[in-house]
Write a protein that binds this ligand. Structure first.
Ligand code: PLP
Length: 377
């Protein structure tokens, strides 16, 4: 029995009649980008997250760049960002002319370590970019305190964090602005690229709305207030997302159920570190976007699972401070031990609403076989 890393075939088939109805409407209006369906999705995401402004763009990488630009980050500024994250967290900072300053991570949440922030602050630091990965948010209470003390902006890479809350605030809204990715494998996925910026700040929202449209105010073309970008969401993607948003809470519950099945099976294996959720005093619930385990000999396990037709994804194999594209920043290998350790040990197992408990059992059984084989060696 094969278990792919990701599939939406079943749920897509189920949702198809509703999606088709909406797609017909898109065709009827003849507005295919930034049209009525996109506006409807923006309003729906505002309701879902509690954001004052949800601003649709082409993808979350664009959302990060536009968010940073809209918040006034640019040449000469430094932005603190964790080294263990997707490339876009840091490349977006470089794209607006600022310098990403890499920080080590907390080994439990895999998010930026607050002590590292204080260590790496300089007079040029303008913002902190916490990244919320896999299941839970960064330590936003600590980060908020540091940001307030040093008057820094908090610009969140909350691309993976739909439905994650900290003290009643949705990810991306604890700080000054955040983003959401609707890349197909994300918790709320489109059938192509799509992204959003979330903010409660009217000025950032106004600038972001201009920047996505070549610096124009909507409805007033050919006056370019800023040198912006072309980053539009397709109405087709918005149509799919509106239908999928209706199913999101149920799908998140299914993810939690599958994660509990994994926990139960894998906690028997001493060689496997299952995800740890940091205890919090507030109402933060984990949202299982990725089920990430840690093991020694990770690459051997990945190869063994692949031989047995089980898909995995290695998030993230190379710490950003050691990436070739950032070598001019002159970080040394070994300078961020938690991030570097995570890069050699972590792997994401299949986890998506279309999976069954039997799929989870199959994955766990093959993992068990792998360790039995290792023990015999
Ligand atoms: C997916 C992701 C992004 C980029 O999102 P796209 O929509 O693919 O551009 C950025 N940051 C993190 C942490 C992500 O997981």
């Amino acid at each position: 029995m094969s278990v792919p890393f990701f599939s939406t075939t079943h749920s897509f088939t189920k949702q198809w009649p509703l999606i088709e109805e909406k797609l017909d409407r898109v065709i009827d209006t003849g507005q295919f980008t930034n049209g009525p369906m996109v506006k409807e999705l923006e309003r729906a995401i505002e309701v879902f997250t509690g954001a004052k402004h949800a601003i649709a763009v082409g993808n979350a990488t664009d959302a990060l760049i536009i968010m940073l630009h809209a918040a006034g980050i640019g040449e000469g500024d430094e932005v603190l960002v964790p080294s263990f994250t997707f490339f876009a967290s840091a490349s977006s900072i470089a794209h607006v002319g600022a310098v990403p300053v890499f920080c080590d991570i907390d080994p439990i949440t895999y998010s930026i370590q607050p002590e590292e922030i204080e260590r790496k602050l300089t007079s040029r630091t303008k913002a902190i970019m916490p990244v919320h990965l896999f299941t839970q948010m960064a330590d936003m209470d600590q980060i908020r305190k540091i940001a307030d003390k040093h008057q820094l902006l908090i610009l969140e890479d909350s691309a993976e964090a739909i439905s994650m809350f900290n003290d009643g605030l949705h990810a991306g809204l604890v700080g000054d602005a955040g983003v959401i990715s609707f890349f197909p494998t994300k918790t709320l996925g489109a059938i192509g690229d799509a992204g959003m910026i979330l903010t409660n700040n009217d000025w950032i929202a106004k600038q972001a709305r201009r920047l996505r449209l070549h610096g124009q105010d909507e409805g007033i073309p050919y006056i370019h207030h800023l040198v912006g970008y072309n980053s539009r969401m397709d109405d087709i993607q918005a149509a799919v997302l509106l239908v999928r948003l209706q199913c999101l809470q149920g799908e998140i519950a299914k993810r939690a159920y599958l994660a509990a099945c994994y926990d139960r099976e894998l906690q028997k294996l001493v060689q496997v570190q299952t995800p740890r959720i940091k205890e919090r005093t507030d109402t933060a619930n984990p949202v299982y976007y990725v089920y990430l385990i840690e093991v020694e000999h990770r690459d051997d396990l990945v190869a063994f699972l692949a031989e047995h037709e089980i898909g995995t994804e290695t998030y993230y194999p190379i710490a950003l401070h050691t990436q070739p594209s950032f070598k001019e920043l002159r970080y040394e290998e070994g300078s961020m031990p938690n991030a570097e350790r995570a890069c050699t040990r972590t792997v994401g197992l299949p986890l998506y609403p279309d999976m069954t408990e039997a799929d989870v059992a199959e994955v766990c059984q093959v993992i068990e076989q792998f360790f039995e084989r290792e023990d015999k060696r």
